[in-house]
Write a protein that binds this ligand. Structure first.
Ligand code: CA
Length: 424
């Protein structure tokens, strides 16, 4: 039972209007308080909640939890307890912070060690990512990039409508929001040249993505069928998959993404559970032409209505919204991605991260990368300070935000924010 999702519930903690974190969200993250205390926590409004302290003070009594499960620097052990236990914990948190519940509300000494202002905390990487996969599941994005890299006649490769294309990326260069990213150096093939040069990337880009985090999967050799795939989806974060387009274009044949991608990806710090996203299910795009093979066929309500925004903020300037998209535009759904990923017997583990691929929508304002927004540098974007951008410049900060709003309730992911530093 998802009692934590009850839209009528109010918290005794103040929740600002339009907050991404009402009591119906209850995401999980890892924070550092007072420069040295690391704990797993959640958040209501602008108040962070130390789950280790809550556990120590007995607020999770009756739920089978190891003593130190929240005194960790990642949520992997917590995820490993399984979705039913995580569900019990979310429900209990909702209960304790319900305005009608006075157990903690009236305990000043307990509140002192459990509650923190989020502005006083440093958010850390929430999860140890053993393996990272990047899909390529937006038909609009794949088509746009295909047109630019290979021409209109070869835009979508022959396999694209039959399987969720993906590749294995580099998990250890995924960082949390707030960490800056250095512009990469590498090989570039200048237009009309006959040999490459070594240079700082001149086509630095973001990719607007979201990533899901898995629970423990099955043993190597066993597959996760599509009708059970949801049992293995834990939660989601916003994912900015930094890309150096000039490095990428020269190096990607025949094995795909490498140095144009592996210098960094950034994620938002709060992991929003699929339980919390349940009210925001929506219809996926039709898949009739062609129909996928049976192992990839899934119900139509397996997409999520998550509004996505990208902002570019020049050094010392203001935020400019440069894109708005939606997670529901993805052609291949998350259950299809996971079923395909494991259909050959590939194993997955708690904390694996699977990114969606750039999420572009049908119209130019829905494009999820500078490559598409500026159409490979041919259509510069105008910013509010009068300057123009085709790609990202040094000192620019890219901010991505994501939230769901069904008219009755809004929950969200907060943001992922990072600045591009000059090449070294
Ligand atoms: Ca990507």
């Amino acid at each position: 039972m998802l009692t934590a999702n009850d839209p009528s519930r109010k918290s005794w903690i103040n929740v600002p209007a339009n907050s991404d974190f009402p009591i119906q969200n209850i995401p999980f993250g890892v924070f550092m308080a007072n420069d040295d205390h690391i704990s797993i926590g959640t958040r209501i409004g602008d108040t962070a909640i130390d789950l280790a302290a809550m556990h120590q003070l007995g607020y999770f009594e009756g739920i089978s939890l190891p003593e130190d499960v929240f005194l960790q620097d990642t949520i992997n052990d917590f995820i490993t307890l399984g979705k039913p236990t995580v569900r019990q914990v979310r429900n209990r948190i909702a209960e304790v912070f319900d305005v009608k519940n006075e157990s903690l509300q009236k305990q000043a000494d307990h509140k002192e060690v459990i509650l923190f202002a989020v502005e006083d905390l440093q958010m850390l990487m929430p999860v140890f990512i053993q393996d990272y996969t990047d899909f390529y599941s937006s038909r609009e994005h794949a088509t746009n990039v295909g047109v630019m890299f290979r021409g209109k006649d070869n835009a979508l490769m022959p396999n694209w409508l039959h399987l969720p294309v993906g590749y294995h990326g580099r998990s250890s260069s995924i960082v949390v929001s707030g960490e800056n990213i250095r512009r990469p150096m590498g090989q570039i093939m200048p237009k009309d040249a006959d040999k490459p040069i070594f240079s700082a990337s001149k086509r630095m880009d973001f990719e607007l993505e979201m990533a899901f985090i898995t629970t423990d999967g099955k043993s190597l050799g066993e597959r996760i069928n599509i009708d059970e795939a949801e049992d293995y989806l834990f939660g989601m974060v916003i994912f900015n998959d930094w890309s150096a387009r000039d490095l990428q274009k020269w190096e990607y044949v025949p094995l795909g993404p490498f140095l144009g991608k592996n210098f960094g990806s950034s994620i938002s710090p709060w992991v929003v559970t699929f339980d919390a996203l349940e009210p925001y299910r929506t219809e996926r795009p039709a898949q009739n032409n062609p129909e996928p093979l049976p192992y990839l066929q899934c119900p139509t309500n397996t997409a999520y209505d998550i509004k996505l925004e990208v902002f570019l903020q020049p050094e010392g300037g203001e935020e400019n919204r440069i894109s708005e998209s939606n997670h529901k535009y993805l052609y291949w759904t998350l259950v299809q991605q996971l079923a395909h990923h494991t259909v050959n017997g590939c194993n997955i583990n708690a904390g694996d991260m699977m990114a969606s691929g750039t999420i572009s929508g049908p119209n130019p304002e829905n494009y999820g990368s500078m490559l598409e927004l500026s159409w490979s540098g041919t259509k510069p974007l105008k910013l509010s300070d009068g300057s123009e951008r085709t790609f990202i410049e040094d000192g620019d900060t890219i901010i991505m935000r994501a939230y769901c709003d069904n008219g009755e309730q809004r929950i969200g992911f907060g943001e992922v924010r990072s600045k591009i530093l000059p090449a070294q």
